[in-house]
Design a protein around this ligand. Structure first.
Ligand code: NAD
Ligand code: MN
Length: 482
C-alpha cells in the first residue's frame, strides 16, 4: 500500500464550561421534577473517560403508575380537547427553544453517549429540531393528511428509546404523538438519559400543560412496566429485535397499538460503473459514522468483482486517515463506544469473525487508554452464512463480499432476517430502479447513505420492525381514522 498522508490537527475541543448539568435528576411527571417513589438512582457516565456525569432516577412500577395517571388525566382534561392549532403552537415553541439551545444539547449528547461533537452538532440536534418543526406544522392540518377521514388521537402513548440517537429518537417519538393529540410517557435508554431529561426542562419552559409529556428514566424493568400498563393505549419502541419480540408478545390481545423500529444489517452494493471515490466515502459514512451504532448502518458491503481490489485498497487508505479520539474534539471522526457492554459485544463478534475464517483489517490508530474504544474494522474472506454477515453487530465492523451479477447481489442482500435499509452505488438509473424495487428494505439510498428528512418515512420490513416514523406515515401510527 502506498504511503498515506495523515494530516495532523491541533486539538479543537468544544467547551463544556457553559453546560448546565446537575448532579442528580428526578422524574418529570405532571410538569414537575419529582423524586422517584423507588428512592433509587443510577449513574450515567461518559463512555470516553468512564467518569460519572450525573445520577438519574430509576423509576419503578409505582413511578410508572404515577406517570401514566398524569398522562391520562392530561389527555382527558386538556390535550384531546385543545384546538389543533393551539397544540401546534406548543410544538413550534419546543422546536424553537431546542434550536436556541442547540450547542448545549450537542455537548451533552456527546458527553453522555460518546459520539463525536461534529455529529451531535450537525446531525442529531438539527434533525431533532427539524422533526419538531415538521410535525408542528401538521397539527392543524390532519384533514389534509387523511382526506375524507377524521383522525382521532389514540390516548396515552408509552415510548421507549435506545442509546444511539437519544435526542433524535425522543423527537421522532414525541413530535408526531403531540401533533395528533396524544399524551406521552417517554423512557430514554439507561446509558444516555441526559438529553431527554434536558428536553423535559424545555417542555417546562415551553409551558406545555402539565402531564402531556412525562419523561421517566429507568432500566429494562421500567420499560416493561410501561409496556404492560393497562392505561397505555399505544407503544412506540425503538431498540433491539429481541426486545421488540418481547413487546409484541406482551401487548398481544391487549388492544394496544404499537410500532417497532428494530435492528438492521443493511446491504451496501457497489457496482463497477459507480463513481469509486464517492462510493468509498459512502462506505466510510455508512459503517463508521457514529461508531457503527446505527440501526441502518451499511454493515454488509457487496462489491462487484472487477473493482473489489481497488475499492478495498482505497477503503483501507481512507480508514487510516480517520481520527479516532476525544468525542468533544471538532476534528474527531469516530468517538467512543457507548458502553462497556456494547464494546464487549463488538469484540465478541470480531473474534467470531476470525474463528469463522475471515481476514481482518483494522486502522492503525491508537486508542485512548480510558473509556470504551474500538478501531474501524473490515473483514474480507467471509461468506453469506457467517454470523458476522447475518447478525447485527452495532459497531464499526464491516463484512465485505463480492458479487458478479445484479440478480446474485439482490439474492444475497435479501438473504437476511432484517430489512431496514440498504444502499446502491451505480452510474445507471436502471440498476437503481431494479435494486431498490427488488430489495426488501424500508429505505434504500442511491449514491449516498444515511440521509434523513422528517418528511420521509423510516421503517423496516421483516425483523426490522412494524410501522414507520417520519412523514405522514409517522402520523398515521398515532391516530385512529374514523
Ligand atoms: P434495547 O432493545 O436493549 O433497549 C432499547 C430500550 O428498551 C432501552 O430504553 C431499554 O431500557 C428498553 N428495554 C430493554 N428491555 C426492555 C423490555 N423487556 N421491555 C421494555 N423496554 C425494554 O436496545 P439498545 O441496545 O438500547 O439499542 C440498540 C438496538 O436498537 C439495536 O438493535 C438497533 O438496531 C436498534 N435500533 C433501531 C432503530 C430503528 O429505527 N430501527 C434505531 C436505533 C436503534
Ligand atoms: Mn452515559
Amino acid at each position: 500500500m502506498s504511503k498515506t498522508i495523515k494530516w495532523e490537527y491541533s486539538p479543537a475541543p468544544e467547551g463544556t464550561d457553559r453546560i448546565q448539568l446537575k448532579e442528580q435528576y428526578d422524574l418529570f411527571i405532571g410538569g414537575k421534577f419529582v423524586a422517584p417513589k423507588s428512592r433509587q438512582y443510577f449513574d450515567t457516565i461518559n463512555p470516553s473517560n468512564e467518569k460519572k456525569i450525573a445520577q438519574v432516577a430509576d423509576a419503578d412500577q409505582s413511578d410508572v403508575n404515577r406517570a401514566v395517571a398524569s398522562a391520562k388525566k392530561a389527555y382527558n382534561n386538556v390535550w384531546s380537547k385543545m384546538a389543533p392549532k393551539e397544540r401546534g403552537k406548543y410544538i413550534f415553541r419546543i422546536a424553537r427553544l431546542l434550536q436556541e439551545r442547540a450547542r448545549e444539547f450537542s455537548v451533552i449528547e456527546t458527553l453522555d453517549g460518546g459520539k463525536p461533537i461534529r455529529e451531535s452538532r450537525d446531525v442529531d440536534v438539527p434533525l431533532s429540531v427539524a422533526h419538531f418543526f415538521y410535525y408542528a406544522g401538521w397539527a392543524d392540518k390532519l384533514e389534509y393528511a387523511f382526506p375524507g377521514r377524521k383522525a382521532k388521537p389514540i390516548g396515552v402513548a408509552g415510548q421507549i428509546i435506545p442509546w444511539n440517537f437519544p435526542l433524535l429518537m425522543a423527537a421522532w417519538k414525541l413530535a408526531p404523538a403531540l401533533a395528533t393529540g396524544n399524551t406521552v410517557v417517554l423512557k430514554p435508554a439507561e446509558t444516555t438519559p441526559l438529553t431527554a431529561v434536558k428536553l423535559a426542562e424545555i417542555i417546562q419552559e415551553a409551558d406545555l400543560p402539565p402531564g402531556i409529556v412525562n419523561i421517566i428514566t429507568g432500566t429494562e424493568k421500567t420499560g416493561q412496566a410501561i409496556v404492560n400498563h393497562a392505561d397505555i393505549n399505544k407503544i412506540a419502541f425503538t431498540g433491539s429485535t429481541e426486545v421488540g419480540k418481547y413487546i409484541m408478545k406482551a401487548v398481544a390481545g391487549s388492544g394496544k397499538k404499537y410500532n417497532l423500529e428494530l435492528g438492521g444489517k443493511a446491504a451496501n452494493i457497489i457496482f463497477e460503473d459507480a463513481a469509486i471515490d464517492q462510493a468509498v466515502e459512502g462506505i466510510i459514512n455508512s459503517i463508521f459514522f457514529n461508531q457503527g451504532h446505527v440501526c441502518c448502518a451499511g454493515s454488509r458491503l457487496y462489491v462487484q468483482e472487477g473493482i473489489a481490489d481497488e475499492v478495498i485498497s482505497k477503503l483501507q487508505k481512507r480508514m487510516e486517515t480517520l481520527i479516532v479520539g476525544d468525542p468533544l474534539d471538532k476534528n474527531t471522526d469516530i468517538g467512543a463506544i457507548n458502553s462497556k457492554m456494547q464494546l464487549d459485544k463488538i469484540k465478541m463478534y470480531v473474534n467470531l469473525g476470525l474463528d469463522e475464517g475471515g481476514s481482518i483489517y483494522q486502522s492503525s490508530c491508537s486508542l485512548p487508554k480510558k473509556g470504551y474504544w474500538h478501531a474501524p474494522t473490515i473483514f474480507t474472506d467471509v461468506s453469506q452464512s457467517n454470523r458476522i454477515v447475518q447478525e447485527e453487530i452495532f459497531g464499526p465492523v464491516l463484512a465485505i463480499q463480492t458479487f458478479r451479477t445484479v440478480d446474485e447481489v439482490i439474492t444475497k442482500a435479501n438473504n437476511s432476517p432484517y430489512g431496514l435499509s440498504g444502499g446502491v452505488w451505480t452510474d445507471k438509473g436502471s440498476k437503481i430502479f431494479k435494486v431498490t424495487k427488488d430489495i426488501r428494505a424500508g429505505v434504500i439510498w442511491a449514491n449516498t447513505f444515511n440521509k434523513f428528512d422528517p418528511a420521509s418515512p423510516f421503517g423496516g420490513y421483516k425483523e426490522s420492525g412494524i410501522g414507520s416514523e417520519g412523514g405522514i406515515e409517522g402520523l398515521s401510527d398515532y391516530v385512529n381514522l374514523v
